[in-house]
Design a protein around this ligand. Structure first.
Ligand SMILES: NC(=O)c1ccc[n+]([C@@H]2O[C@H](COP(=O)([O-])OP(=O)(O)OC[C@H]3O[C@@H](n4cnc5c(N)ncnc54)[C@H](OP(=O)(O)O)[C@@H]3O)[C@@H](O)[C@H]2O)c1
Length: 279
């Protein structure tokens, strides 16, 4: 049974591909640039662009299961190609921003909701993984500053968040793809514990073996700094998420352990796993 993994050099997709290979599943992975390298070892990579439906039949030929990133502009073409190819199950990496009644003013929620609806209406079996903030966002926020200046600047050091490790999202996807009982299920998922942004910077420092100074800056200064590494839509989402983390404790989640049998990884673990990214 062939499983197609879209985005196999993505933060989550690469671990979905690796997890399926570990389970001896037959997989095909896709990229818009298969020559770019940096794919999981042992992955067979084919060209596919969800925004160019003509690239999809060859990528999906003979496949029964798909791990999918949410690309709204291509979703109708994807649904048609998947049904034509005989795909039976889609596990979608969606977003926790998709909550009932909460999509109108939120472009990130709208784009994921659009993809969820198309897949729900397709007749294919589906599982929607709806994560909160990724731990990998710390690369956008802090990698450049830690590497180049050895410091982190932020507006809300005491904001609490519960970031989720990309390997946990991948483990959820692999379980949903390979074990029965996940069709029609929505998995809202956050990290297993909440910590302040100050603590998260400390965790990176501990992994690096040195203290990282933290300077409190205004929201406008933070907006400008984040804008160097992130698109505007992401910057505003991050600032809103941080601000919310100063007002109420974030939701934590035990879902990863419930579904995969392995506890969710903490941010401190993520920092250790990514220490070379900050050197
Ligand atoms: N960051 C967060 O806090 C957060 C929270 C909730 C949900 N999310 C959602 O999670 C997703 C990001 O996950 P990630 O960090 O693993 O992503 P990532 O590292 O940016 O990788 C995205 C992958 O998607 C593939 N892709 C993008 N456009 C494509 C297209 N038109 N056709 C085919 N493949 C395409 C890319 O493959 P190629 O480049 O190789 O073609 C790439 O491997 C987004 O949908 C985001 O909204 C993020």
């Amino acid at each position: 049974m062939v499983t197609v993994v879209f985005g196999a050099r993505g933060n989550v997709g690469r671990h979905v591909a690796a997890g399926l290979i570990e389970r001896d599943e037959q997989i095909r992975t896709t990229s818009r640039e298969p020559g770019a390298g940096d794919f999981p070892t042992g992955a067979h990579v084919v060209t596919a662009d969800l925004e160019r439906p003509e690239t999809l039949p060859a990528a999906l030929e003979g496949a029964e299961r798909v791990f999918l990133y949410a690309v709204p502009d291509g979703v109708d073409g994807f649904v048609k190609a998947a049904r034509d190819a005989g795909v039976r199950q889609v596990v979608l990496l969606s977003s926790g921003a998709v909550t009932p009644g909460d999509t109108a003013d939120n472009p990130i929620a709208r784009m994921h909701a659009r993809v969820e609806s198309a897949i729900e209406e397709s007749g294919l079996s589906w599982t929607f993984i709806r994560p909160g903030m990724f731990a990998t966002n710390a690369l956008w926020w802090w990698q450049k500053s830690i590497r180049e200046k050895g410091i982190v600047r932020m507006p809300y050091p005491e904001a609490r968040t519960a970031p989720v490790h990309e390997r946990d999202l991948a483990a959820l996807a692999v379980t949903a793809l390979t074990e029965p009982g996940h069709g029609g299920r929505v998995y809202p998922v956050a990290g297993p514990e909440a910590s302040t942004l100050r603590q998260q910077v400390r965790d990176i420092g501990t992994a690096l073996g040195r203290e990282i100074p933290l300077e409190v800056v205004s929201v406008d200064q933070a907006r400008a700094g984040l804008g160097e590494t992130m698109p505007a839509i992401g910057v505003e989402a991050v600032l809103a998420g941080w601000r919310a983390g100063t007002e109420a404790p974030p939701e934590v989640s035990t879902l990863v352990e419930e579904i995969t049998g392995r506890p969710g990884r903490t941010f401190a673990q993520w920092a250790k796993d990514h220490v070379t990214d900050f050197r």
